[in-house]
Design a protein around this ligand. Structure first.
Ligand code: C5P
Length: 247
C-alpha cells in the first residue's frame, strides 16, 4: 500500500520473481533464503511455514534484509481483518494479502487502518493485495457456493472492487491477467500470479499454467514460483534460468 494508493512496479526481472518458501521448518527455510536471497525479488511465507514457525520467523527474514510476501489470505469480519493487517504491517512485510470475497467494507477498513498506523509509526507501507479466485476454484466450485459467474468474470469483479477500496493490486491466475489489465486502466495496479511453470519444469499439480515469459506478456508484474526452483538439482541455476526467461 504505497502512499499514492498504487503499487510500485518491479525494476528488474529478478525483482519480479517471488519464491514460495513452502517448507515445514525454519532450518530448511533459512537454507533456501541464504542460497536464493540474491537470485529472487522476495520470499513468500504462506500458511504452512507461518503456522509452524510463526511471526517471529517472518521478522527474522525481514530483519535479514529480504522482502517478504506474507501469503496468509486474511478473511474475517472487517474489524478483525483490519487489526491483523495492522500487525502484518508492523512485522515489516513488503506485501500481504486479504480475500476480496470478504467484501468492500473489509478491504477498505484494512487499507484505512494500515495507512493510519504506517503514518503514525513511520512504517514503510506494505503492498496490500486482494486474492481474487484461487487457481483451484473452477465454475463448479463457484456454483457450490451459489455463485453463477464464470471464474474470469468474478476475478475482474473482485479486481475492480479491490481497486475501488484502495488496494495495490491482486493475486490471480496469469490466464486472467489480461482481463484484469483490460478492465483496469492503471499500469501501477499490481498483478501477482502463481500458476507459472518454466519450460524446463514439470507442471506438478498446477492445471492452468503459463510460462514466466507468457505471464509477464499477459500483464503480470510478479510471478510466484516454488517447486521448480526448490526441487531442482541446482536451485540457484533454476532461479537464474527463470529470470532469464522473463527478461
Ligand atoms: O506450484 P508451486 O510450488 O510453484 O507453487 C507456488 C505457490 O503458488 C504456492 O505456494 C501456492 O500459493 C501457489 N499455487 C497456486 N495454485 C496452484 C499451485 C500453487 O496458487 N495450483
Amino acid at each position: 500500500m504505497t502512499s499514492n494508493r498504487s503499487g510500485t512496479k518491479p525494476a528488474m526481472s529478478k525483482d519480479r520473481l517471488i519464491f514460495a518458501l513452502d517448507v515445514s521448518n525454519a532450518a530448511e527455510a533459512r537454507r533456501l533464503v541464504a542460497d536464493l536471497r540474491n537470485e529472487v525479488g522476495a520470499f513468500k511465507i504462506g500458511l504452512q511455514l507461518f503456522t509452524s514457525e510463526g511471526a517471529s520467523f517472518v521478522r527474522e527474514i525481514v530483519d535479514g534484509g529480504s522482502r517478504v510476501f506474507l501469503d496468509v489470505k486474511f478473511h474475517d469480519i472487517p474489524n478483525t481483518v483490519a487489526s491483523a493487517a495492522v500487525e502484518a504491517a508492523r512485522l515489516g512485510v513488503w506485501m500481504f494479502n486479504i480475500h476480496a470475497s470478504g467484501g468492500e467494507k473489509m478491504m477498505s477498513l484494512a487499507v484505512e487502518k494500515v495507512r493510519e498506523v504506517c503514518s503514525k509509526e513511520g512504517i514503510e507501507p506494505p503492498k496490500l493485495i486482494a486474492v481474487t479466485v484461487l487457481t483451484s476454484t473452477d465454475k463448479k466450485t463457484l456454483l457450490e457456493s451459489g455463485i453463477a459467474l464464470d471464474p474470469e468474470e468474478l476475478v475482474v469483479k473482485y479486481a475492480l472492487a479491490a481497486k475501488r477500496c484502495g488496494l495495490d493490486g491482486v493475486v490471480a491466475s496469469p490466464l486472467e491477467a489480461g482481463a484484469i489489465r483490460n478492465a483496469i486502466d492503471d499500469p501501477h495496479y499490481l498483478v501477482v500470479t502463481p500458476g507459472v511453470r518454466p519450460d524446463f519444469a514439470t507442471i506438478d499439480d498446477q492445471k492452468r499454467v503459463t510460462t514466466p515469459r507468457q505471464a509477464i506478456r499477459n500483464g503480470s508484474d510478479f510471478i510466484v514460483l516454488g517447486r521448480p526452483i526448490r526441487t531442482a538439482d541446482d536451485p540457484v541455476k533454476a532461479a537464474r534460468q527463470i529470470v532469464e526467461e522473463m527478461s
